[in-house]
Every structure is written in C-alpha cells, then in structure tokens.
Design a protein around this ligand. Structure first.
Ligand code: GLN
Length: 199
C-alpha cells in the first residue's frame, strides 16, 4: 500500500487524510524529517502560507522537504500549499519561506477581498487524464500569474479580472488554488494518488 503524508504543521490536515484514505491509501501526519522519510507522496494543505513556512523552519523541515522534492517526491499543494510549491510569489510577506518546485508565479490572495471565498465549477482539464467538471471551493485563494515551460495548466476559472489559472502540474508536482478536501469529491485526490502510484 502507498503511504501518503500530509504536512501537519497547520491547516486542514484531517480533511486531506480522510479524503486520501477514501482513495485507499495509508496516511500519516508529517511533522518531522523521520516521518517525511516514510512517505511515497506529500500533501501540503491549505491554511496560511507564511505560518506554514515559519513552522517548517522551526520543525527543521524546510531543507528536507526541498531536498525530497528535488529528488522526485510527488507532492500536491492546495491553496496555501500551492503557494508553498511555487518558485515565485507576488504579494507575499518579506522573507516568506517556501519549498518551491513548480515553475510558476503565484499571486497570494489573488482573488482579493471582494471574493474572499467563492465556489465555482471548474473544468479540470489535465493533459494527462480525462477532463471533468469539479465543484471547487476557493478561500482567500491564490491564483497563478504565470507558468514556465515545464508546468502544465490543468484548470482555469473566469472572474472579473479575466481567466485565472487555478491548477498546475509539473512532473510529479500538482497544485490547486482551491480546496478539494472539503467537497466530499475525491477525484482530484485520486489524480494525485495516480501520480504517486506511477512515480
Ligand atoms: N491566503 C492564504 C495564504 O496566503 C491561503 C488561504 C488558504 O489556504 N485557504 O497563505
């Protein structure tokens, strides 16, 4: 059986573990390098990216996670977790720490105050799997300002400011602006489990 870790520093850890377990994998919370070493894949939950970055430093996970991602550990970041996987941030806090890994620039709190939280049906259109409509929940969500050559856009949402990229994959790394762990719809977690299975 695959073991997928959920970074358990802050954010909606329990919901991700429940969804992953519905997909038939074993899960553990990751707070220490020794736990990181046991996982076949890592989910980085939503919450507050500055807090997650600070805690990752305090728990001595920043370098081990960066190294694991460079070595090919599959990872899936949602919302604040997407920010943690971005190579660049707009609207971040000075000195904000991330893991990086996906060649993209993410705009933190990109959807702004007006639409702090909203739901939208997004067409999840991966280049590597079947397309499907997904009921996405956005909570003070980032969007992706731009992606580099190695990153594939998997979903966009149209809003007042035009179409915004809200899901990206690069190799074994996946990121979504929205929170699939609170919808009861496991299809995005299943896609991640498939990425881990084939890694
Ligand atoms: N706005 C948060 C951040 O910048 C992310 C919000 C979320 O994860 N729901 O980290």
């Amino acid at each position: 059986t695959l073991t997928i870790g959920v970074l358990a520093l802050q954010g909606d850890v329990r919901e991700h573990r429940a969804m992953l377990e519905q997909c038939g994998v074993r899960t553990i919370g990751v707070r220490r390098p020794a736990e990181l070493a046991q996982v076949d894949g890592l989910v980085i939950p939503g919450g507050e990216s500055t807090t997650i970055g600070k805690l990752a430093g305090i728990f001595e996970l920043l370098e081990p996670i960066r190294a694991a991602l460079r070595a090919g550990l599959p990872a899936y970041g949602t919302c604040a977790g997407m920010i943690m996987l971005a190579d660049g941030i707009e609207g971040g806090t000075a000195g904000q720490e991330t893991f990086g890994g996906i060649d993209m620039v993410v705009r933190r709190n990109g959807f702004g105050r007006q639409v702090d939280s909203f739901e939208a049906t997004v067409e999840f259109a991966p280049t590597w799997a079947d397309h499907f409509d997904y009921p996405a929940t956005f909570i003070r969500a980032p969007y992706v300002e731009k992606v580099g050559g190695a990153a594939e856009v998997a979903a966009t949402v149209s809003g007042p400011g035009g179409d915004r990229i809200v899901a990206v994959r690069q190799g074994r790394l996946l990121a979504t602006s929205f929170h699939p762990e609170i919808t009861g719809d496991t299809r995005i977690h299943e896609l991640f489990v498939e990425l881990v299975r084939h890694a």
